[in-house]
Design a protein around this ligand. Structure first.
Ligand code: GLN
Length: 310
């Protein structure tokens, strides 16, 4: 049981509320954001008990917050060696959609930049599974993580598909280097659908708690992702989850975390908590300004930094 109260979470939100710096989803062009001022914070303990504050039931797209989970699914399905042939585990120190692969190997640098996320997406499913059945495996994963049938935001898929030149370029580059298991067009389409899966902050905290619980469902012994896959996903989140701000994040906050350009952000407190925050405006790295500030404040107040005892 957690002793974190909704009042504490509300207090933290009040502390970060006035910071309206940052930009809304830059890659979506003139898309009119339905809730630019939304702000939410949620935590989920290992019993599945969720405490939250703010706009905690507002749905948002997972975007890059989907990446560690699909990476874990690829690890479960294909094993570590096959995944490692295509995706490395080193921070790239570059922007999330940088057009660059690992020198020498042609692998994606890691699973949390777009190149690696495309490669991980392509690894899901058997050789003869079509795009739809592969996507159903991915949607099924998020449905199990959330405990409700998740849906895709078709408007976002439509807008992203019209402006997917960078991801198309990355997918073709990966295919050329032998690091993509499938047709690049199919992979970019499936990946756009994966990014547009919608959850709310309470659900994202629950998903994070599964990664904090060795990949196991909360309150049952169902393994949603394998223990080892969860550990690898957490490891890569620790070093690469905040893109080229990852070093600063580990230093200040000290938790594996993953952001999405919708403004969501989740963090994993191993064996204790899943944490999620949502606020749409992003800093120059593509991380939510206020979601990051709220989780930093929570980590600070509750001494959640994984190296706090040292
Ligand atoms: N759909 C976005 C993209 O591929 C996801 C990026 C993100 O959340 N950082 O560009």
């Amino acid at each position: 049981m957690t002793d974190i109260s909704a009042d504490l979470l509300a207090e933290i939100l009040d502390e970060v509320r006035d910071d309206t710096s940052g930009e809304l989803v830059p890659h979506l062009g003139d898309y009119e954001h339905p809730s630019p001022d939304a702000l939410a914070l949620a935590v989920c303990d290992m019993d599945g008990q969720i405490t939250s504050a703010g706009d905690d039931e507002l749905l948002f797209d997972l975007q890059s917050a989907s990446k560690p989970f699909v990476y874990a699914l690829a690890l479960d399905q294909k094993g570590v060696d096959e995944v490692a042939d295509r995706i490395g585990v080193e921070p790239s120190g570059e922007a999330f959609n940088e057009i660059s692969l690992e020198e020498g190997t042609g692998r994606a640098p890691n699973a949390l930049v777009n190149a690696g996320a495309l490669a991980a997406h392509a690894l899901v499913g058997d050789a003869d599974d079509d795009e739809e059945s592969r996507f159903e495996q991915i949607r099924g994963l998020f449905t199990r993580l959330v405990g409700r049938e998740v849906e895709v935001d078709e408007e976002i898929v439509e807008i992203e598909s019209r402006s997917a030149n960078r991801n198309q370029a990355l997918a073709h580059l990966l295919a050329e280097a032998g690091s993509l298991a499938r047709d690049p067009h199919e992979v970019v389409s499936g990946y756009s659908h994966q990014c547009a899966i919608r959850v709310d902050s309470r659900e994202l905290a629950h998903m994070a708690a599964v990664l904090a619980n060795r990949g196991q469902a909360l309150g049952s012994d169902e393994q949603i992702v394998g223990h080892r896959a969860a550990r690898y996903a957490n490891s890569v989140m620790f070093t690469c989850g905040m893109y080229d701000a990852a070093g600063d994040w580990v230093y200040q906050v000290g938790l594996p975390a993953k952001s999405g350009v919708s403004g969501c952000l989740f963090a994993v407190v191993p064996g204790r908590l899943g944490v999620a925050a949502f606020s749409p405006r992003l800093d120059g790295h593509g991380n939510s300004v206020r979601a990051a500030a709220a989780i930093e404040e929570l980590s600070d107040r509750l001494h959640l930094h994984v190296l706090d005892e040292v």
